[in-house]
Ligand binder design. Structure first.
Ligand SMILES: [Zn+2]
Length: 423
């Protein structure tokens, strides 16, 4: 058995590590100084016009998809209410069992099947067809369907648990349920963050500890310098699904880990990988997971307050829906409609909360890894799926990461003040 494991480990592919490319002249410091704006322009101009048009079209299409996604989902929820389907689904669940938590789960499973079937055409277009159209997916249709199936099972199991808990709270605490409901939602959010790297990610990919010493040695040095002792570095076979380069920090309360995807290891140079690692370590050292949970926690509490008020009003005005009250699981489409509307309206705020953390991690990463050109070159490569030069308001509203322009400028501004890194 151990021999088999040793063979599998030995067969693990190593990072390709492309050689680093030199910065454009304006970013090199050869003239004795660096003008951050001019250096940024020189980097941005490296992207061919055709690639830029393609990435703009992909990213801008995403704005519309976000809207269609919301409207399509809202129509399905309204159909469940006005068509009388929701009350029939509840009645059927009540005939199957007298046990209230099980009724909630049975109702939810019907709800999940119906909404999954009705949103399927949009999912096929957005997540399979369109990804292939832009050369971003490596999945066959069968492979994609398999992943959707797994996602469905995860949603069935965890969604049932969450809703059984939430409806139990609503039934027991008819006056203060919205505060406790928000609390329970936050607990589940934390629980989900805890199990994602250890239980959820392995359902879709095979993460393993990063072993290539050429990459591991500089990363461990960077970790030690920044006081990251428990943080583990993993690599993941993301190329199974996508051509995107990326990395992330996941986990909480002891399951934290930094994961580099194999596209980054195979298409990035060592300075680029170090720049990305510096950014990911920034998320870690700055405790972004905890801060984001607190920030989203505030929005969730407000969301539940909105839910309580809006639910009571809409329920009172629409007796034909056949809902008995907020503790009736047949009201789930209405609750989902209110909360999805609330979070849809908050899109610019949600993006800004995340983008602000990302910018903090960018600045931390530059100071830690000291690879401004590696960082700029990665930002340029990420333009495959993120618009490089949006308008200022466009960036504030629609971007959950800084744009390529912002990131390259941040790097060049840093480099201008650090002549020891000029080359
Ligand atoms: Zn990040």
């Amino acid at each position: 058995m151990s021999l088999l494991i040793a063979l599998v480990l030995a067969a693990a592919p190593e990072a390709k590590l492309v050689p680093p490319s030199p910065p454009p002249a304006a970013a090199s410091g050869a003239s004795g100084s660096i003008d951050p704006a001019a250096a940024t322009r020189a980097y941005l101009d490296q992207l061919p016009a055709e690639q830029r048009a393609r990435s703009n079209s992909y990213f801008e299409g995403g704005y519309w998809l976000h809207l269609w996604d919301f409207l399509w989902g809202a129509s399905i929820l309204l159909l469940l209410l006005y068509g009388g389907f929701s009350k029939r689904m509840r009645d059927w669940a009540e005939r199957v069992t007298r046990f209230a938590p099980l009724q909630t789960a049975i109702y939810y499973l019907q709800f999940l099947v119906i909404t999954s079937v009705l949103t399927f055409p949009l999912s096929v277009y957005r997540d399979w067809f369109r990804e292939h159209q832009y050369g971003l997916s490596n999945l066959t249709f069968a492979g994609w369907l398999g992943e959707e199936g797994k996602g469905f099972l995860v949603a069935a199991i965890f969604g049932s648990l969450v809703l059984m808990a939430l409806y139990a709270v609503v039934r027991r605490l008819p006056r203060t349920w919205w505060v406790w409901g928000a609390g329970v939602s936050l607990l589940f959010l934390t629980f989900f963050a805890l199990i994602v790297p250890v239980l959820i990610v392995p359902l879709f990919n095979s993460p393993k500890r990063l072993t290539d010493p050429r990459v591991v040695a500089p990363i461990l040095s960077l970790s030690r310098a920044n006081g990251i002792e428990t943080g583990e570095v993993w690599e993941i076979d993301a190329s199974k699904q996508t051509t995107r380069m990326s990395a992330n920090v996941s986990g909480i309360l002891g399951t934290e880990r930094i994961t580099l995807n194999d596209n980054l290891l195979n298409r990035g140079s060592l300075p680029e990988i170090e720049a990305v690692m510096g950014h990911e370590m920034g998320h870690y050292v700055l405790n972004h997971v905890y801060k984001l949970i607190l920030e989203f926690g505030i929005l969730i509490v407000i969301g539940f307050a909105v839910l309580r008020t809006a639910f009571e009003r809409l329920h009172a005005r629409n007796p034909r829906w056949g809902l008995r009250g907020v503790d009736d699981v047949a009201g789930l489409p209405l609750a989902a409609l209110i909360l999805s509307g609330y979070f849809f309206v908050l899109t610019p705020l949600l993006n800004t909360i995340i983008r602000t953390s990302e910018y903090e991690a960018d600045v931390f990463g530059l100071n830690a890894a000291r690879q401004p050109d590696g960082f700029a070159q990665t930002a340029l490569k990420l333009s495959e799926y993120r618009k490089l030069e949006p308008g200022r308001l466009e960036e504030a509203f629609f971007f959950d990461h800084p744009s390529g322009r912002t990131r390259i400028f941040t790097a060049m501004r840093w480099k201008a003040e650090h002549p020891e890194t000029w080359k």
